[in-house]
Design a protein around this ligand. Structure first.
Ligand SMILES: NC(=O)c1ccc[n+]([C@@H]2O[C@H](COP(=O)([O-])OP(=O)(O)OC[C@H]3O[C@@H](n4cnc5c(N)ncnc54)[C@H](OP(=O)(O)O)[C@@H]3O)[C@@H](O)[C@H]2O)c1
Length: 326
């Protein structure tokens, strides 16, 4: 199949391009930063410079590429630091998820593209009531915290627009598996605390497993929404100390909600204390997806590799990772 990946130079885009090419597909990979043309070419994909926020350029790129499938993996999340002003930090990504999605869908329709798959998000989106793990049929949070309203609305817009057009959205868990994952530095520096009781549940997904699910989704008829998450949604009080230990860092600090709200903002408090995780049963059942890293416990070890062994020694990195977001 001839696949156009919008955002082929990013964390998930690079792995997806590599997996598609390995399976014999032809990939046209878009990038934004000029320095990334080579990264896309080195994967074996045909690099195309594209600003998704320019609809005319999107139309031209899609009509020229003549893809049979399009995957939207474009975000602007490199250098994400400020979670206190959540919507401000996500503003460009929100445009890519709304305006960028519209431009791609319009071009896809004009070019007669058969399959359309787009990146969505699972963790911290489902209603903060009832059990800790939610399926795609469970209601989304009807009252997101004010700091995240625009970001939550952009994700909902993307889910609706893509499925109404007959496509598939993949609600990925929190990505991990690259040496520059955003969570690593704060955990190493003890700047990522357990907030309150640490009961907020996160669903994670290793980037390689996320890419594998995306390859399968491209072979599947839409419309559809799938949680692409691992088997073990976990509260912060569980996963955070394990990650710190794998990184050889001191255990995370514990801070009360009021203090976290003051310094890190309400979105961080919500995610750390109330967020719900997601079930991957539908993706396994309908896409035939199996995970290489069913739990973040083994995935963190494989990805970051400096586990403190029971005998006190550190292991060597187990898995090489290729992506760098610089
Ligand atoms: N589910 C999750 O947890 C999740 C989801 C997304 C990202 N992240 C994390 O966020 C961090 C940054 O992600 P990333 O490395 O993928 O970088 P990123 O800056 O989010 O870029 C992702 C892709 O989108 C492209 N892009 C950016 N702006 C664009 C535009 N206006 N038009 C078209 N394409 C555009 C980028 O191109 P260029 O790079 O060439 O500019 C890149 O190919 C990573 O640690 C990643 O794991 C997590």
């Amino acid at each position: 199949m001839r696949v156009l990946i919008a955002g082929a130079s990013g964390a998930i885009g690079t792995r997806l391009a590599a997996q598609l090419i390995e399976r014999g597909h032809e990939v046209i990979g878009t990038f934004r930063s000029p320095a990334n043309a080579e990264r896309v070419r080195a994967l074996g994909a045909q690099p195309v410079a594209l600003d998704l926020l320019n609809p005319r350029a999107v139309r031209k790129a899609v009509l020229e590429a003549e893809p049979e499938a399009i995957v939207h993996q474009a975000t602007a999340l490199a250098n994400l630091r400020d979670f206190k002003h959540f919507d401000r930090s996500f503003a460009q990504t929100n445009r890519l998820r709304t305006e960028g999605t519209d431009a791609l869908l319009a071009a896809a329709q004009e070019a007669g593209v058969r399959r359309f798959v787009a990146q969505s998000y699972a963790s911290a989106r489902y209603a903060r009531v009832g059990g800790p793990v939610k399926t795609e049929d469970d209601p989304l949070d009807p009252t997101p915290v004010p700091a995240m309203r625009e970001t939550v609305a952009a994700l909902r817009y993307l889910d609706d627009a893509v499925t109404e057009a007959g496509g598939i959205t993949l609600r990925y868990g929190g990505f991990y598996g690259a040496p520059n994952d955003g969570v690593l530095d704060p955990v190493r520096k003890r700047q990522f605390p357990v907030v309150g009781d640490g009961g907020g549940v996160t669903s994670f997904i290793h980037l390689d497993d996320a890419a594998a699910a995306t390859v399968l989704a491209l072979d599947h008829d839409g419309p559809g929404i799938y949680n692409i998450v691992d088997d073990e949604p976990a509260p912060a009080r569980e996963w955070l100390p394990v990650l710190a230990s794998v990184l050889g860092a001191k255990p995370p600090r514990r801070v009360p909600r009021w203090l976290a709200r003051l310094f890190a903002g309400e979105a961080v408090v919500m995610m750390g204390t109330e967020s719900r995780g997601a079930s991957n049963a539908k993706a396994k059942r309908e896409l035939g997806w199996t995970l290489r890293y069913p739990s973040w416990r083994e995935g963190f070890l494989a990805a970051y590799g400096q586990a403190i062994q029971t005998d006190g020694r550190r292991s060597q990195p187990a898995v090489g990772t290729s992506h760098s977001a610089t």
